[in-house]
Write a protein that binds this ligand. Structure first.
Ligand SMILES: [Zn+2]
Length: 370
């Protein structure tokens, strides 16, 4: 007897399946499951199913004032079953975030900011005494199932006069913690993008990859991708969208695609203000933006499921497969025009919208707010 059987699930690449769930795990995947369940949910003809959507760059610790939100507001209500908070908190305050995160229905993980209080101020890496390697190691050991990586924000307003030093310290901390995934935020120089990429290695995650700033991947003069960016891309640095208020530009994303540079993962950098007032709104809208740039829907779904799960070693998430967590997103497509706006006020119009209708988290079905 299953707890839940999802009937006539159809993936974006048109595989059809029943999914049997028990104790929060996927127990069977088959064309037809001949068994009964406490609950059954039958997909409608126009609905699709994927592994639960993972947004690997959000800010959802409500007790902060600069960047804050609530996990379920950016989670299941928007069809997102797992969020990764990207460094809102550091070693000194992440325990409080952990406590609140346990109350959410959405799965919540965190990248710990290398600065010990996280983003309490905009310049958290301007004072190197706030980077305490031993504090980070202690907290990583204390919350092994919550902290899935490290975060370092490497842009002018954050680092003060410290140049590349905070990133060098982040890499040392990473090495002292079994190579924990490291996400690096980029923005205005200093440091230059070239210097940042030189310090990053295979598997590290570069967020805000398609920002429209001078220090971004696009050379404003030649309108082509800067040559050193190809070396970084080929080295295996994962490019992450991290849309945010200031960090996604259609021209950059389109130019990158035309030169065969693609984002590895699609994320929002969402928090209450860019969720409420735009230009982010939700993960679905960010996915629509990559669709108008030219990504196909199959790869877009991969970039919010299997890709972020691999990047942050969420080993039981990101796939519809036996033994995996029963996290799923049900969605449909609507043919209707919608104007999409990037962080610099540029617009594109999509004629296809993606609408997440249900989120299944640990085998429990939640209605989204669409
Ligand atoms: Zn962020």
């Amino acid at each position: 007897m299953f707890d839940l059987i999802i009937r006539q699930g159809k993936t974006i690449d048109h595989q059809k399946m029943d999914i049997g769930i028990k104790d929060g795990k996927i127990l069977q995947v088959a064309p037809v499951i001949n068994a009964s369940a406490v609950h059954e949910y039958r997909l409608q003809e126009n609905e699709f199913i994927s592994a639960g959507w993972i947004d690997d760059h959000v800010h959802c610790f409500e007790e902060m004032t600069l960047y804050y939100d609530y996990p379920d507001e950016v989670g299941y209500k928007q069809g997102v079953t797992t969020v990764i908070d990207a460094g809102t908190t550091g070693a000194e305050n992440i325990h409080r975030f952990y406590d609140l995160a346990q109350e959410a229905k959405t799965n919540v993980f965190a990248l710990v900011n290398i600065s010990k209080w996280g983003i309490v101020e905009q310049d958290e890496l301007a004072d190197l005494s706030k980077i305490k390697a031993n504090l980070v190691s202690d907290i990583v050991e204390k919350f092994p199932n919550f902290i899935v990586g490290l975060k370092a924000r490497m842009s002018k307003t954050v680092i003060g006069d410290n140049g590349i030093t905070p990133l060098e310290l982040a890499k040392e901390i990473q090495k002292a913690n079994q190579g924990l995934p490291l996400m690096v935020h980029i923005g205005s120089a200093p440091p230059t993008l070239d210097a940042i990429l030189n310090h990053m290695e295979r598997g590290d995650v570069l967020t805000h990859c398609f920002n429209g700033k001078e220090n971004g991947i696009l050379d404003r003069g030649t309108q082509s991708i800067k040559s050193f960016v190809f070396d970084a891309y080929e080295k295996g640095i994962a490019f992450d969208i991290g849309h945010g208020t200031d960090s996604f530009n259609f021209d950059v994303a389109e130019r990158a695609l035309s030169e065969n540079i693609k984002a590895a993962s699609i994320s929002t950098d969402i928090y209450i203000r860019n969720r409420t007032n735009g230009p982010v709104y939700d993960l679905a809208t960010t996915m629509e933006k990559l669709a108008v740039v030219g990504y196909d829907w199959k790869e877009i779904i991969d970039k919010v499921t299997v890709a972020p799960a691999l990047q942050f070693k969420l080993n039981k998430k990101g796939k519809i497969a036996v033994g995996y967590d029963a996290d799923l997103t049900v969605f449909s497509f609507k043919e209707a025009d919608k104007v999409l706006t990037d962080s610099n006020g540029n617009t594109r119009t999509t004629s296809i919208q993606i609408i997440p209708t249900k989120a299944v988290i640990g085998g429990e079905i939640f209605e989204t707010e669409y």
